[in-house]
Design a protein around this ligand. Structure first.
Ligand code: NDP
Length: 332
């Protein structure tokens, strides 16, 4: 069946302004790091992107290396656009990144101008796009001058191959410096993509202040701690879960007894709020409005439905917040 987007797709989603820019992003965005690779079922990936868009998720986050194999998530997304959803390109914000290992030799990773711009060309080809909406430096490169990496981002915008630029995994200090350079170049830093969740709060220690001062938005990745902050692991490690598969980022031995105790306590608290644990974890990163959008992953359509319903209750009492802090401190 040819795809026609749901008529009511903009009715319930919340759209937040990205820092001091003119762009808005949905409070929940979908990342294609896992489950959209060449090894995964295309039909499942397509169903997830369709459902997300029907729920008002206009932002899809990619990177050159997502797969496996590296590059294949962009190919999957390109095929979905070509076969199915291309008519909606102007209603989508599509991002990609360069920074991690992508190809052999000295020009296949990190932050040189050579690598960044070649990688963006490859990403555009894989996705069948003329431009991406956001192009990121995926990680800081200790051996390349920041001016060079930021200069490559600025050049991508001037070439018309990206509309905005962002940085990911940069520290508070590196972010302040990157923002300064980009401002000077005339291409302001739109957004930062750091990790953040109830169990991982490093951005509260300086980075968020820099983002607020500079008017940079934030899109936080792994808000569900890769699936730990969901009902996935309450009763063991299912074989079809991330920790049950080959992922090196979430292994079954990461889910220790102490973590599981915390996860169960958080699950109880979420139930008392009338939410799933995933919903409470997403509401938590969005509380107070400092985060622009929570960047989720998903392995099936139902998870996207569950996650978007987090927006039905984004408020917390002081007691609930204190209890979450207490549980998180004991679960680490
Ligand atoms: P999450 O923390 O949202 O974890 C997603 C996983 O949680 C899913 O694959 C699924 O696991 C499980 N899950 C999701 N929703 C539910 C639910 N409602 N109920 C039960 N389980 C659920 O994020 P990711 O770690 O996947 O990262 C999200 C995105 O962030 C990536 O796709 C990527 O775009 C970006 N990212 C960026 C990085 C960077 O360096 N800039 C690094 C990492 C991610 P399961 O598969 O087990 O079903």
């Amino acid at each position: 069946m040819p795809y026609t987007a749901a008529n009511n797709r903009y009715e319930t989603m919340i759209y937040n302004r990205v820092g001091r820019s003119g762009l808005k992003l949905p409070a929940i965005s979908l990342g294609l790091w896992h489950n959209f690779g060449g090894i995964d079922r295309y039909e499942n990936g397509k169903a997830m992107v369709r459902r997300a868009f029907d729920l008002g998720i206009t932002h899809f986050d990619l990177a050159n290396n997502y797969g496996p194999p590296p590059g294949s998530a962009e190919e999957t997304f390109g095929a979905i656009l070509k076969n199915d959803m291309g008519a909606y390109r102007n209603e989508m914000i599509i991002s990609t990144k360069a920074g991690y290992w992508m190809w052999e030799g000295p020009y296949g990773e990190w932050g040189s101008r050579k690598y960044m711009l070649a990688s963006l060309d490859q990403s555009l080809k894989r996705m069948n796009l003329d431009y991406v909406d956001i192009f990121y430096s995926h990680r800081p490169d200790p051996n390349t001058p920041l001016e060079e990496t930021m200069g490559a981002l600025d050049h991508a915008v001037r070439q018309g191959k990206a509309l905005y630029v962002g940085i990911s995994n940069y520290s508070a200090e590196q972010t302040a410096e990157a923002a300064r350079i980009l401002k000077q170049l005339g291409t302001p830093c739109l957004i930062h993509q750091p990790s953040y969740s109830i169990l991982n709060r490093w951005i509260e220690d300086g980075l968020q202040d820099v983002l607020d001062e500079q008017g940079i938005g934030s899109i936080v990745f792994s808000p569900l701690a890769g699936g730990m902050l969901t009902n996935r692991y309450l009763n063991g490690v299912p074989s079809d879960s991330r920790a049950g598969g080959p992922s090196v980022f979430l292994k079954s031995d990461h889910i220790t007894e102490s973590k599981l105790g915390g996860i169960r306590a958080l699950h109880e608290l979420a139930e008392a709020r009338g939410q799933s644990l995933a919903q409470m974890a997403l509401a938590w990163v969005l509380r107070g409005g400092r985060v622009t959008t929570a960047l989720i992953g998903a392995s099936r359509v139902e998870q996207i439905d569950d996650n978007v319903a987090a927006l039905n209750n984004l408020s917390f009492s002081d007691e609930e917040l204190a209890r979450i802090d207490e549980i998180a401190a004991s679960a680490n």
